[in-house]
Design a protein around this ligand. Structure first.
Ligand SMILES: [Zn+2]
Length: 295
């Protein structure tokens, strides 16, 4: 389980989401068997997606966060619901890059690539989803997301996302925060926030030192009488099902299905997000084709 707290400054001028996502990122690392640099990149995406998920209001709202670059990971996709539940998929989980010499950190931007896009899709159950997109700023995720909020949503934000990978390659700590200025934030409050932001070192280290999301709020909204509005338990979980996989099979069309039926007599579909396998035998395939023909 991960934990998100939603907080606001006493004067309602600044809102904040803070998360401890250590368990979620470790779960994703186990599913996808990620290399350390991919664990860090995927972990930052999961951490952001979960917070962006709980910002949505409707029970069935869905958020898809995609980062696509010219690095070896190629693409990371995270899907979150409004409860903050996330599923995540890195196209290439095995990227192996040396530790970055300039700062001794995992080279996330090297693995994602500096040229590419960050895409945010929000599906509120209307005819078309809302889609926003920006060019990558650094490929480090947090900076790209900050730029996305600034340019695509005209929402000034301070965002930090961090993942510490342990010597045994498991996730030591993961977490982050999104702080957003409401339209009536004053210059004085912005300066105070900037002072607080300058005081902290990396967010993953803060969580590793045992700081809870509540403590992150206390540190970053120091001197602003912060109120915690809500504490939400969040997790990494896939929502795939046999019905959904049947729909995917049906979507390839009668002709291809018949070809599979005649040549292989079975089909196996694997979910990209959780690696669960779904088997369809001769009987299942025949039934699916019959369904297609009668509709
Ligand atoms: Zn799945």
């Amino acid at each position: 389980m991960g934990k998100i707290v939603r907080a606001i400054s006493g004067d309602y001028a600044i809102r904040m989401f803070a998360i401890d996502s250590t368990d979620m990122v470790e779960e994703a690392r186990k599913i996808h068997d990620t290399s350390p640099v991919v664990t860090a990149a995927l972990g930052r995406m999961i951490t952001a997606a979960s917070m962006m998920g709980v910002m949505m209001k409707g029970d069935n709202d869905k958020l898809t966060l995609v980062i696509k670059g010219d690095g070896e990971i190629k693409n990371i996709t995270c899907v979150a619901n409004s409860k903050g539940t996330v599923k995540a998929y890195p196209v290439n989980p095995y990227v192996d890059l040396p530790i970055r010499e300039t700062d001794g950190k995992l080279d996330v931007s090297g693995a994602i690539g500096k040229n590419g896009n960050l895409i945010v899709m929000r599906d509120f159950g209307l005819k078309d989803p809302y889609i926003g997109q920006i060019d990558l700023v650094s490929g480090e995720v947090a900076e790209d997301l900050t730029a996305y909020y600034a340019y695509s949503e005209q929402q000034p934000s301070a965002i930090a996302l961090g993942v510490l990978v342990d010597k045994d390659l498991s996730v030591k700590s993961a977490g982050g925060f999104i702080i957003q200025l409401m339209p009536d934030a004053t210059e004085e409050q912005i300066v105070k926030l900037e002072t607080n932001l300058a005081k902290i070192k990396s967010v993953s280290h803060l969580i590793d030192e045992g700081h809870s999301p509540e403590k992150l709020v206390e540190i970053l909204l120091d001197g602003m009488d912060p109120l915690i509005n809500e504490t939400i338990e969040v997790k990494l979980e896939c929502d795939c099902s046999r019905e959904r996989m049947e729909k995917a099979l049906i979507s390839i069309g009668i002709k291809d299905l018949e070809e599979i039926l005649h040549e292989d007599k079975k089909a196996e579909i694997q979910c990209h997000f959780c690696n669960k396998k779904y088997d369809f035998d001769e009987n299942d395939l025949t039934k699916l084709i019959e369904t297609l023909k009668t509709n």
